[in-house]
Write a protein that binds this ligand. Structure first.
Ligand SMILES: Cc1ncc(COP(=O)(O)O)c(C=O)c1O
Length: 405
């Protein structure tokens, strides 16, 4: 959840909830409506503000969402989220008590978790089981599925509602002989063992789901209809970014977060003068610099120094010099020299996402330039940056309104 700070420096992460709804309907519409669909809203809704994201998804009719931590689940429950919450993280005894109290659905990975829940539960607890089929992070060893089935089949306290796995290279989900094929084969064995309990089965993140959509499209061109038999847990795609290359990304996803600020002052530099720490950049011509109040302490990575661009009056301009803790500088000479500076006082600058005229600078571009991934760019935006929630009506609300008119 975003904390509410006064915003004297006018640096804001604008959260377009209508884009979230748009992405959700695109993704959901691409698969069988009855398939398990669990948006991932861990890590503060990928940095967007988990309560607001969850409440919007709830309005759109989402029945199950995924969080990493019990603490994340508690915050959602306290703020009116009553959808089913899958908790993927490991928990101790105190955590197990909260799970039972707040009616969370734990995703179990360890044998001890079964014992703990059985000791504490007064009535049956529904769980999902996670299987490690190759990621080697969380999950029961897939080869233990039969033993686990026998253990849980005789438990009166634990009801297996779902089974799942996580693909480590989901981008290759559609290729034969890929890493995902091996993982899905192993998971298929787990599914066969647990079939008598008729659990929900899920494995695909955004890359897996988008790969399936790509496969579906390729086959449709040949007149072949392919279906998905796995539930999905998208994160990144819901927030508007495809993890696949453009040629394999067939949905018009819209970024949900726009990081915007306002120029606080301008400098006029002579040729040869430098800017920011260590003068890693020097002016090659008379230059007008804009100082923008956002820095690495806000999660705007220092690795972007001298690499990134920002949107200034609808134009891409380069960041110059090292990113500071609270500020960055941009060379705005080409835009500003055509006019005087006066129309540019308090000029809006967009670090990523959409500017207020609708021009887009994708966060994925910053990820590439700072040698990281889009997930990290989004989740890095810190609590010093207030989230400004733009909450145009959800599709469901608008439809309700139309019907009642
Ligand atoms: C278990 C699990 N499922 C699904 C996701 C969603 O992944 P993505 O954001 O790539 O869609 C994650 C994210 O890390 C995850 O840990």
């Amino acid at each position: 959840m975003s904390i509410s700070l006064p915003n004297h420096r006018h640096t804001t992460a604008v959260i377009h909830l209508d884009h979230l709804s748009h992405n959700y309907h695109l993704l959901k519409g691409a698969i069988d409506p009855d398939l398990f669909f669990c948006p991932m809203i861990k890590a503060n809704g990928y940095g967007h503000g988990d309560v607001e994201i969850a409440l919007r998804l709830q309005k759109e009719g989402v029945q199950t969402m995924g969080v990493g931590l019990i603490e994340e689940g508690l915050l959602l429950r306290e703020n009116g989220v009553n959808s089913e919450l899958l908790v993927f993280g490991i928990f101790d005894q105190a955590g197990a008590r909260e799970i039972i109290k707040w009616n969370f659905t734990p995703v179990l990975s360890l044998w001890e978790q079964i014992d703990t829940l059985e000791q504490l539960a007064e009535k049956p607890v529904s769980v999902h089981l996670k299987f490690d089929t190759g990621m080697h992070r969380l999950g029961f060893v897939w080869g233990d599925a039969q033993k686990l089935f026998e253990r849980l089949n005789r438990s009166s306290k634990i009801k297996v509602k779902g089974i799942c796995t996580h693909l480590h290279t989901a981008e290759d989900m559609v290729s034969l002989g890929g890493k995902s094929e091996e993982q899905l084969e192993r998971f298929g064995e787990v599914e066969r063992i647990f079939a008598p309990l008729r659990p929900i089965s899920h494995s695909l993140n955004s890359a897996g789901l988008m790969s399936f959509i790509h496969l579906q499209k390729q086959n449709a061109e040949k007149g072949i209809h392919v279906t998905l038999n796995q539930g999905v847990r998208p994160g990144l795609a819901l927030y508007g970014y495809s993890p696949l290359p453009p040629a394999q990304s067939h949905l018009d996803l819209k970024p949900v977060m726009s990081l915007r600020s306002q120029v606080v002052r301008y400098h006029t530099l002579q040729k040869g003068e430098g800017a920011s720490y260590n003068h890693t950049w020097k002016a090659k011509r008379p230059t007008i610099l804009a100082v923008i109040p956002i820095g690495y302490a806000d999660g705007y990575h220092r690795l972007l120094s001298n690499k990134a661009e920002v949107l200034f009056d609808g134009v891409r301009v380069p960041l110059v010099g090292n990113v500071c803790m609270d500020y960055v500088m941009a060379d705005v000479t080409d835009v500003v020299q055509k006019k005087s500076l006066s129309p540019y006082q308090n000029q809006e600058v967009t670090l990523f996402g959409y500017d207020s005229k609708g021009n887009l600078l994708p966060a994925s571009e910053l990820a590439q330039k700072s040698q990281t991934i889009t997930w990290e760019i989004l989740t890095s935006i810190g609590e010093r940056v207030p989230r400004s929630i733009q909450a145009e009506k959800s599709k469901v609300e608008s439809q309700k309104k139309e019907v009642s008119q």
